[in-house]
Design a protein around this ligand. Structure first.
Ligand code: FAD
Length: 446
């Protein structure tokens, strides 16, 4: 192979193209805008931010802060442009969106090893390496190709994700471990029993809580069987007790009886540090989720690693399709990157673009693709999306709960996060593929 093809010039594709070119390998980057747009983009710029102008937390004890610091150390174009166009936003990193995407566009278009082609791709070229980074609103024609490649059941067109909370933030004295009817080991579920009073207060708060307003292109997306929890609640005071909060087969060992209602939490990751609220897909505003779901016994101080969302989103079932190198299992010279891999968020998308870009360049240079160390935020995120349970796979933000726990127990949460961040940056420092190769033929210093 002589070059890498990148399809999609969004957050992930721009970053992937940049990382390939930094390694001296030529890139052809296809972007369909402005010739053809998506329902959310407004310009022809690369890396357009479609909604908020915030790249979230900037501090090292915030997981997005750690991910961004790793990106900087990996020579990220997205971070270079973001830092150069930052505007004051407290402890978050917010950018001037025009300036941000203009900087990315100029850097990519001016790079001598990158050719930008403004054209919709309906099928990836047979000659690799190819990186597909066409985002949550991938065009219909390419979506059809991807569906045929992955198999119909492994490409989704919307998220209906339930919130995920951290294990350490739960009050275990109020929860009990059991699976329904005692099936399975019982270790995978935590149950929150509710009295009638608790249930009724929760139901009332749920039906009155404030929702996100869907975009025009998202109207009518949800159907029976995948209703938001608040919609289900709105159908009557008892619907939830016959749905996700049904108590049958769940005996509280402290009373020897089935409670009035039960919220189930399912273990969500390998380390057991994250739990998913079963059946709680929701379009409530994030602040409302925090307020209402903290009424669930045992969740009074719950820390949300990811809030529930319901929105239009094209994504593959990465646990079935990808390696943590971002290569597909079926075709090692075909990579995916960005939101389409089941990461959630601007910086998460760009970060997977870095991993795919480094590995696609390695293929061209005759080197083995590599998975990032699990202690790094990049490694933890790419491992989560490729190792999660395929049956329950939902898009994920970066969170400290994705990283392996520290070997010794540290009580203070802020200190623990800082230690994990320190460990991550040290692991990245030791990880040779993160550095630019010494012999990058035709490499242009960034
Ligand atoms: P994109 O940035 O969308 O890039 C994909 C690119 O591929 C686009 O430029 C598109 O034009 C192009 N493309 C698509 N199909 C083809 C094709 N066949 N051929 C050639 N080019 C093609 N995340 C946040 O962190 N904060 C937010 O506020 C936020 N708001 C969002 C709002 C909406 C409405 C949506 C849909 C998503 C939002 N996200 C948000 C999620 C996500 O972070 C962004 O969608 C992010 O842009 C994803 O990066 P990406 O590179 O994977 O995809």
């Amino acid at each position: 192979a002589t070059h890498v093809t990148v399809i999609g010039g969004g957050l992930a594709g721009s970053e992937a193209a940049w990382q390939v070119a930094r390694r001296g390998v030529p890139v052809r980057l296809y972007e369909m805008r402005p010739v053809k747009s998506t329902p959310a983009h407004h310009t022809g710029n690369l890396a357009e931010l479609v909604c908020s102008n915030s790249l979230r937390g900037a501090q090292l004890d915030q997981a997005p802060g750690l991910l961004k610091e790793e990106m900087r150390r990996l020579g990220s174009l997205i971070m270079e442009a973001a830092d150069a166009s930052a505007i004051p936003a407290g402890s978050a990193l917010a950018v001037d969106r025009e300036e941000f995407s203009r900087r990315v566009t100029e850097a990519i278009e001016n790079h001598p090893l990158i050719e930008v082609v403004r054209e919709e791709v309906t099928e990836p070229p047979a000659e690799g390496p190819v990186i597909i980074a066409t985002g949550p609103l991938t065009s219909d024609a390419l979506s059809a190709w991807i569906r045929a490649f992955t198999g119909e059941e492994y490409l989704a067109f919307f998220d209906a994700a339930a919130p995920i909370v951290t294990y350490e933030s739960l009050d275990l004295s109020k929860l009990f471990r059991a699976s329904r009817y005692g099936k399975g080991s019982g270790d995978d579920y935590l149950n929150s029993p509710m009295t009638r009073e608790e249930y009724e207060a929760f139901w009332k708060a749920l039906v009155e809580a404030e929702k996100h307003v869907p975009h025009d292109f998202e109207q009518g997306l949800f159907f029976e069987g995948c209703l938001p929890i608040e919609e289900m609640a709105r159908r009557g005071p008892d619907t939830l007790r016959y749905g996700p909060l049904k108590p049958v087969g769940l005996v509280d060992p402290r009373t020897g009886r089935e409670p009035y209602a039960v919220v189930q939490l399912r273990r969500d990751n390998r380390y057991g540090t994250l739990y998913n609220l079963v059946g709680f897909q929701t379009s409530l505003k994030w602040g409302e989720q925090k307020r209402v779901f903290r009424m669930i016994p045992g969740l009074e101080n719950a820390e949300f690693a990811r809030y529930g969302v319901m929105h239009r989103n094209t994504f593959i079932c990465s646990p079935k399709i990808l390696h943590p190198t971002m290569q597909t299992r079926k075709r090692p010279d075909l990579f995916f990157a960005g939101q389409i891999t089941g990461v959630e968020g601007y910086i998460e998308s760009a970060a997977t673009g870095i991993v795919a870009g480094i590995n696609a360049a390695r293929l061209v240079r005759g080197e083995e693709p590599v998975a990032f160390p699990p202690e790094t935020a990049h490694g933890a995120l790419t491992r989560y999306i490729t190792e999660a349970h395929p049956d329950h796979f939902q898009p994920m933000n970066i969170a400290f709960g994705l990283l392996p726990p520290l070997e010794r127990r540290v009580r203070d949460p802020r200190r623990r996060k800082l230690l994990m961040a320190e460990r991550a940056l040290a692991a990245l420092e030791r990880f040779a593929p993160a550095r630019l190769p010494e012999t990058a033929p035709g490499a242009v210093p960034a």
